[in-house]
Each structure stands twice: as C-alpha cells, then as structure tokens.
Design a protein around this ligand. Structure first.
Ligand SMILES: Nc1ncnc2c1ncn2[C@@H]1O[C@H](COP(=O)(O)OP(=O)(O)OP(=O)(O)O)[C@@H](O)[C@H]1O
Ligand SMILES: [Mg+2]
Length: 158
C-alpha cells in the first residue's frame, strides 16, 4: 500500500516534504531511499520547513546525525553513507528512534540490522530524460505508517 508522486523540480520536492511536517509524530522513522543526488536532503529541507524549523538544513554526510530542536517536534536527520568509518553500534540509533522527535535516515541500507520493523519509506528516483524531475514512491510498513502515508496523500495539494 502506498502512492507515487511525480515532482518537476526541487521546489516541488520541498513543498511535498513540507506537507508531511504536520503529520509526523514523536518516534516516527522515515527512510529516504535513492541514488546520490536523488533529492533525499532536498526532501528533508521541506520536511524541516513543515515542522517549523527555520535553521538551514545541512547534509549530515560527515557528522552522520544532525539534530534540530526548534520545530514542533525535534528532527533527527541522519545520513549513513560514510558509516564504515565509525561503526553503527556507537551511534545510539535506538535512543533516537525512542526519542521525542522524528528520525529521517538517508542511506539506511547501511544500518539495515538496526532499523525498526515498521517505518515510512520514501523512494526517490531520477528521470533519465529530465534533470529536474523525480518520481517518489511512498510506502508505509505496518499499520501506523500505512495510515501516515494515507494522511499524506490526502493532505497533498490541499
Ligand atoms: N525534483 C527535484 N527534487 C529534488 N532535487 C532536485 C530536483 N530537481 C533537481 N534537484 C537537484 O538535485 C540535487 C539533489 O541533491 P540532494 O543533496 O538533495 O540529494 P541526496 O539524495 O541527498 O544525495 P546524497 O545521496 O549525496 O546525500 C540538488 O542539487 C537539487 O537542487
Ligand atoms: Mg543527502
């Protein structure tokens, strides 16, 4: 169960992420899946805006995790691409998942064994014919995230 969304430029991806902001709850986990440059961090900028975060969202490629506390609920923005150099066990991911905020994870396949059973998956795909176009596929795993996906689809464009 889920839905797809075609987005024609980065502003549209930001706007789509922004719509999710009011719907997420403490402890929610969102996996962002897609190639280098697919738009995972761009999407997160939108989500941050939707949470009321004004601070600039910087890719956590080297820090692995960045926390933003000033929104409606905290945002934990994670990028596991360079995990090899540190090791997953030291990151304390479970504490984030059990925390008061929403966790957004880029390159979550590198921490596959540490992920919760249920999550919202946002898959971003580039269009080979158009540099600015993306196809997003949203899927909720487990009843809580299926409901979240449905609420997002309903809220979209309103
Ligand atoms: N429709 C679109 N949605 C998102 N980004 C777009 C879109 N069209 C063009 N772009 C551009 O593509 C780039 C996406 O970069 P971004 O850092 O968000 O990707 P990423 O998936 O986080 O990559 P990485 O795996 O390196 O972290 C940005 O330069 C953005 O402006
Ligand atoms: Mg990124």
């Amino acid at each position: 169960m889920g839905f797809t969304k075609k987005l024609t430029n980065d502003q549209a991806t930001i706007a789509f992420g922004k719509e999710l902001g009011p719907l997420v709850q403490p402890g929610d986990v969102i996996l962002l899946d897609g190639d280098l440059g697919a738009g995972k961090t761009t999407f997160t900028k939108g989500l941050a805006q939707g949470l009321g975060i004004k601070r600039h969202i910087k890719s956590p490629t080297f820090t692995l995790i960045r926390e933003y506390q000033e929104g409606r609920i905290p945002l934990y923005h994670m990028d596991m691409y360079r995990l090899e150099q540190t090791g997953a066990a030291d990151l304390g991911l479970e504490e984030y998942f059990d925390g008061d905020g929403v966790s957004v994870i880029e390159w979550s396949q590198f921490v596959k064994d540490l992920l919760p059973d249920d999550y919202l998956m946002v898959h971003l795909e580039k269009d080979p014919d158009d540099d600015n176009r993306r196809m997003l596929t949203i899927e909720g795993k487990g009843p809580h995230y299926q409901k979240l996906a449905q609420e997002w689809e309903e809220a979209d464009g309103k």
